[in-house]
Design a protein around this ligand. Structure first.
Ligand code: GLA
Ligand code: ZN
Length: 686
């Protein structure tokens, strides 16, 4: 991070694509933006073709000069795109081989967007030329606040299997392994007669007769993410040279499998995210919260920018539900509660033409008489009142460990079960933590864990020696670790640790796994918990041996009957818990509750429809309460002594939160989400 980007108010706006509209509309746009309280727009993301109409044509900046002048006069800050997101068709007449190639050998065609091979030199120099021209032209523009580099790297094209990328892959491998013998050992090429004699023999893991070497597949994922990162850095280098004073971001997609954002985030000045929770999913906001906590953590706890969301429907699901009245506001406030300092949309004005014309905008086709427009205006006004939040942090005591490499490795083919998928597992653990009233940071396997009382690891199938040492030291020093099933199995080369799983953490767990039992679809295996609760696992069970740990639950079925299903072990100053099955959220929450209480972390019992959080500065602590329930009022008990944010009024501790209602309650002392309790219906007034 070099410059940082710390607005002292909440930013509000969206992607602005004036190239889709005639100049008369631009003036109306600025007037309406002012009316809605818009103070920030992302400009020109898809304007390469308009800025550079042909390979030999002069740059066409006149229209953009005019738009930027209008925005500046209207007091609207600009997040200016480098405009490289979608190369124009002429580039592929010039360089037909700049079109990317899929796994099965198809070279993709012009006519969509984000068409490019990241390794193609002609494309890369065209990018540099464009960025240099844009940055040079606007370096001193008074409205320029931030650079929006490219757009959603990896959204459509996250890997390219062409020969140029094959060549880059070999360069990357040489750098990683130095000599071919080391690569052969790391990849285990003694298996299936795969031994390489020369670098030139190595290819990308294209479509092959059967499973490609798993270590090759894993390195390909690493390489492809790095290759895209190289493209980002190509632009950043130019920007840092020409406008060192202007901060830089590129919009992330949250949990985008093929792009390891942990490596990217440190090269930005501020992290930004595009998030599209499905309005048809009543728990879509839980997944959104996980993304928000991810990006806040990627930025080291700094506030981040919600660069895109939808005011209502998108166009890319099979059925695109609108956001019912009030939901857009709640979605937006949720991002702020989880650390966003900008609430932005795709896009300002809904398009008339093109593939996204059914995507909602801040200004719908219907115009100012639409309810969406009314909601957009009301939210703009409301965000001004939430200004104190713009510089607060989100305090946490609990961390969830996440690792892109583990995601890649777990989902490579030829596993004991194809049913163990990374994101459903992570989401279950995250939802369990939220239901216990926890604010959650995400951490990385070799990151600093010292600020946390508990670290939750839903799955760490791939565990490096460094990561295992990190977790061990955390428990040793008094930390509480919860480790999910099928963890600690392989190292960074997809090679198995021998002698009982997880080889590097057996002593920490006081337990080890002998074998795995994947369950058939629909099958269940019974489990009896220590509290007497009969429950079950679907998908997955393990034969767990105790070697010092105590059992918190036992299997009751099949040949695992009587065997431990959950273990707890005191190690050093701390404790380690292990779940030897793919449990459902309620059982996970039961273990987490026990671990958190043992760690001295208070817990509550909250419905997932309630998003509760705390934002803090030195002397002010704001409880955020958002009821995502579409039809039910929640009856809550809050800590005493709360005040309306931005007002003097006291907030009574007994609070009813209507469907889709939001409240912000300020305290002079630290509070935690677990201080909020739901009052059961019998106690609620009629
Ligand atoms: C992405 C892109 C936008 C737009 C939206 C539609 O987030 O960045 O250009 O396509 O999706 O939801
Ligand atoms: Zn390529």
């Amino acid at each position: 991070m070099t410059n940082g980007f710390k607005p002292d108010q909440l930013l509000y706006g969206g992607d602005y694509n004036p190239e889709q509209w005639p100049p008369e509309i631009w003036r109306e746009d600025v007037r309406l933006m002012q009316e809605a309280g818009v103070n920030f727009v992302s400009l020109g993301i898809f304007s390469w073709a308009k800025l550079q109409p042909g390979p030999d044509a002069a740059f066409n900046f006149g229209w953009l000069d005019e738009v930027m002048g209008l925005l500046h006069a209207g007091g609207i800050g600009i997040n200016l795109a480098t405009a490289t997101a979608s190369p124009p068709p002429w580039l592929f007449v010039q360089f037909p081989d700049a079109r990317p190639v899929t796994w099965d050998g198809v070279r993709l065609e012009v006519g969509g967007r984000q068409l490019y091979c990241p390794s193609h030199q002609g494309f890369r120099s065209a990018v540099q030329t464009l960025v240099r021209a844009v940055a040079g032209r606007y370096s001193d523009h008074p409205a320029l606040r931030l650079w929006h580099v490219n757009n959603e790297y990896g959204c459509h094209i996250s890997e390219c299997f062409c020969d140029l990328c094959g060549e880059q892959f070999r360069v990357w491998l040489r750098e990683r392994y130095g000599d071919i013998a080391t690569l052969n050992a790391a990849w285990g090429t003694a298996f299936w007669s795969q031994q390489y004699g020369e670098w030139a023999e190595i290819q990308p893991p294209r479509q092959a007769p059967t499973y490609a070497n798993p270590a090759q597949q894993l390195d390909w994922r690493r390489f492809s993410s790095d290759n895209l990162l190289g493209l980002f850095e190509l632009e950043v280098e130019v920007l840092r040279e020409i406008t060192p004073q202007v901060p830089v971001t590129t919009n992330f997609l949250g949990f985008l499998k093929n792009v390891d954002y942990v490596k990217w985030a440190g090269r930005e000045d501020v992290v930004s995210l595009d998030a599209y929770p499905d309005p048809a999913d009543p728990l879509g906001h839980v997944e959104a919260a996980l993304q928000y906590d991810l990006v806040r953590s990627l930025g080291g706890g700094q506030r981040w920018l919600l660069m895109e969301q939808a005011t209502s429907a998108v166009n890319w699901r099979t059925r695109n539900a609108p956001k019912r009245p009030g939901l857009m506001r709640l979605d937006s406030l949720q991002a702020v509660a989880h650390g966003a300092s900008a609430v932005m949309y795709f896009q300002w004005r809904a398009s008339r033409a093109g593939a996204e014309k059914y995507h909602s905008g801040m200004l719908p086709h219907v115009g100012e008489k639409s309810r969406t427009w009314q909601e957009v205006k009301a939210l703009g006004a409301e965000l001004r009142g939430l200004r104190p939040l713009a510089q607060m942090g989100v305090p946490t005591r609990v961390a969830l460990l996440f690792n892109w490499e583990n995601w890649w490795a777990l989902e490579i083919d030829s596993k004991p079960s194809a049913d163990l998928r990374q994101m459903p597992i992570v989401l279950k653990y995250y939802a369990a933590l939220r239901s216990l009233g926890q604010s959650v940071d995400l951490v990385w396997p070799e990151g600093d864990l010292s600020g946390y009382d508990a670290v939750i690891v839903p799955n760490a199938y791939l565990l490096t020696a460094g990561a295992a040492g990190n977790l061990r030291a955390f428990v040793q020093r008094g930390g509480h670790l919860v480790l999910g099933a099928f963890s600690g199995i392989v190292d960074e080369h997809e090679q198995i640790g021998l002698g009982g799983y997880p080889a590097m953490l057996r002593d920490v767990l006081g337990a080890w796994v002998e074998e795995w039992l994947p369950l058939a679809p629909g099958a269940t295996l019974g489990v009896r918990r220590e509290d007497g609760q009969e429950t079950q696992t679907r998908t997955w069970a393990e034969k767990l041996h105790l070697s010092g740990a105590q059992a918190l639950a036992h299997f009751t079925g099949d040949y695992l009957a009587g065997g431990a299903a959950i273990s707890e072990h005191a190690f050093g100053q701390g404790r380690a818990y292990y779940l030897a099955a793919d449990f459902e959220r309620e059982d996970i929450a039961w273990v987490l509750r026990r671990a958190l209480l043992a760690a001295g972390v208070a817990v509550s019992d909250l419905p997932l429809e309630l998003d509760v959080g705390v934002s803090s500065s030195q002397d002010s602590h704001v409880l955020t309460l958002l009821n995502f329930h579409r039809t039910e009022t929640l009856h809550l008990q809050l800590p005493e002594g709360g005040h309306e944010l931005g007002g003097a009024g006291n907030v009574a501790p007994r609070l009813d939160l209507a469907p889709l209602e939001a409240r912000f309650v300020r305290y002079d002392r630290p509070v935690a989400p677990s201080d909020v309790h739901v009052v059961t219906s019998e106690l609620a007034p009629v």
